[in-house]
Design a protein around this ligand. Structure first.
Ligand SMILES: NC(=O)c1ccc[n+]([C@@H]2O[C@H](COP(=O)([O-])OP(=O)(O)OC[C@H]3O[C@@H](n4cnc5c(N)ncnc54)[C@H](O)[C@@H]3O)[C@@H](O)[C@H]2O)c1
Ligand SMILES: Nc1ncnc2c1ncn2[C@@H]1O[C@H](COP(=O)(O)OP(=O)(O)OP(=O)(O)O)[C@@H](O)[C@H]1O
Length: 439
């Protein structure tokens, strides 16, 4: 893999954060963008900041029967609407050997353009659904017969498909955690068939960089699933061809620290969440008592049912139900939303994305607290334990149907039934005269 640092045309020229650009160009895998790419950038209004190239195959290329597996390369660029906007000048998304990281983030529309053809797709499906199983089998056949792609599925799905027909022998899967950990080096695209929960599940498989995700809606409520399964051939055709708009959905990196209050740290493996981490009272009937710090500055002691630390993508999920605001997924921030606070003055907060939040169970707490990650994997926090949470370096890039803003608006219109209220009519005196005159 080989990365290129893009110099943007016109107004973008030379205005990229100099220090950062310099440190990026100093990396062996970075070099300047070509003239052709710059011109392209000018004419279509896209500004490339960093461009990723698939160079040598290296250790990431793997020969499989009949097909070579090699990560496809792509570039990301910002949409710069309007000549006077110079906000983009300091936005940088960095790439480390083909992986999207979030050294900085852009609140712009982001476009992904393949530089080489995607070759490997991972399909992840919601379990226990006949319609999803049928669609998955059909999609696998189509991707194999018409697109000649390498296809990965989960071991469960592999078993289901093989029991249906030996045709599916060409499929790939994994055996253990170690193979899951290296999936991102082989997979160009992840397709999810299910609801928001399947997107969360797919994201949780990638503890580091995440390939672009194409979420098809087969659930009851899809805030993160903009693609309709009926048109899957057209959708996948256009995604595989590119360029596509993507939403970079940021995740929170959460550490449970045992005995943090005693300064005897025992850190557990970090957990990455796409929606939120929740600290609640579990089955205890006592109020939670949670001391909260933001960059070591005391925020408050949450007494109530608990606290939600949410990403902006998660703002439409549990946090919304607890009274938090809905936030566009590209807005950089962390939502700090209390659950039923026993204090009328405690209101939801939105903090900047660069802060570190620590939530600690004090020694005088009447009961332990429970932490859960995207609604799963509950862990107990006893007195003295803490949860430390900050922005993760690896976002989840999800493909958009139109673009990040259009998709977000459509999801809230559809999901929350906005705009169903009839518009008030005006049939007062002037309205009446107009009515007479136009007759
Ligand atoms: N009171 C609540 O609203 C409440 C309580 C517990 C969990 N949850 C949410 O459920 C999520 C887990 O989802 P799941 O599908 O695995 O569990 P699930 O099957 O219990 O579904 C929970 C519901 O939340 C919706 N949802 C998930 N992510 C969303 C998002 N980003 N925006 C809008 N809606 C979203 C799902 O579509 C689903 O309808 C948790 O991350 C949490 O946000 C909500
Ligand atoms: N590939 C998977 N493997 C295991 N569990 C999964 C997988 N995909 C989804 N799940 C779990 O299955 C449950 C339902 O998934 P999902 O939310 O996608 O479907 P849904 O409930 O029909 O849709 P919606 O959430 O929109 O109503 C979730 O709890 C999710 O965590």
């Amino acid at each position: 893999m080989d990365c290129i640092t893009g110099k943007s045309p016109g107004e973008c020229n030379g205005d990229i954060d100099a220090q950062r650009a310099e440190s990026l160009t100093n990396q062996p895998m970075l070099r300047n963008e070509t003239k052709e790419q710059s011109e392209n950038c000018c004419t279509n209004g896209l500004c490339s900041h960093e461009i990723l190239h698939d160079g040598e195959t290296g250790s990431q290329a793997k020969a499989v029967p009949n097909r070579i597996m090699r990560k496809a390369s792509f570039k990301l660029s910002w949409w710069c609407k309007g000549d006077n906007s110079d906000q983009h000048k300091h936005d940088i998304v960095s790439f480390e050997r083909g992986n999207i990281t979030a050294a900085g983030r852009s609140s712009k529309q982001i476009s992904l353009k393949w530089e080489s053809k995607p070759q490997t797709v991972l399909i992840m499906t919601k379990p226990n659904s006949t319609s999803v199983r049928i669609l998955c089998a059909e999609m696998v056949r189509w991707l194999n017969d018409h697109k000649k792609l390498n296809i990965y599925v989960e071991p469960r799905v592999m078993g289901e498909l093989l029991s249906e027909s030996s045709y599916f022998n060409f499929l790939h899967t994994w055996k253990d955690e170690k193979e899951i950990m290296s999936l991102h080096t082989k997979v160009d695209l992840v397709v999810t068939l299910g609801g928001d929960g399947t997107v969360l599940w797919a994201a949780s498989m990638f503890k580091g960089p995440v390939p672009p995700v194409v979420p098809f809606s087969l659930g009851s409520l899809g805030f993160m699933t903009p693609f309709y399964s009926e048109n899957y051939r057209d959708c996948l055709d256009s995604v595989l061809r590119g360029p596509i708009s993507i939403t970079l959905r940021h995740r929170l990196q959460c550490h449970v620290i045992r005995d943090a209050a005693k300064n005897e740290y025992e850190m557990e493996e970090p957990v990455l969440v796409l929606n939120e981490v929740t600290i609640d009272r579990g089955i205890s009937s006592f109020l939670t008592n949670l001391e909260c710090y933001c960059d070591n500055s005391f925020v408050t002691c949450v007494q109530g049912d608990g606290l939600i630390l949410s990403t902006t993508s998660g703002s439409t999920a549990y946090s919304l139900a607890a009274g938090g605001s809905m936030v566009h997924p590209q807005v950089p921030g962390i939502l700090f939303t209390p659950i039923c606070p026993h204090s009328l003055s405690f209101r939801p907060l939105i903090l900047p994305e660069h802060v570190t939040i620590r939530v600690q169970v004090p020694f005088n707490s009447r009961s332990p607290a429970w932490v859960s990650f995207d609604g799963k994997d509950r862990k107990q926090l006893t007195a003295g334990d803490a949860l430390v949470c900050s922005m993760a370096p690896w976002p989840v890039p999800t493909a958009c149907q139109i673009d990040s803003t259009n998709d977000f608006m459509r999801s809230i219109h559809d999901g929350l039934h906005w705009n169903l209220r009839k518009t008030q009519s005006f049939d007062g005196p002037s309205g009446f005269i107009m009515f007479i005159l136009t007759r």
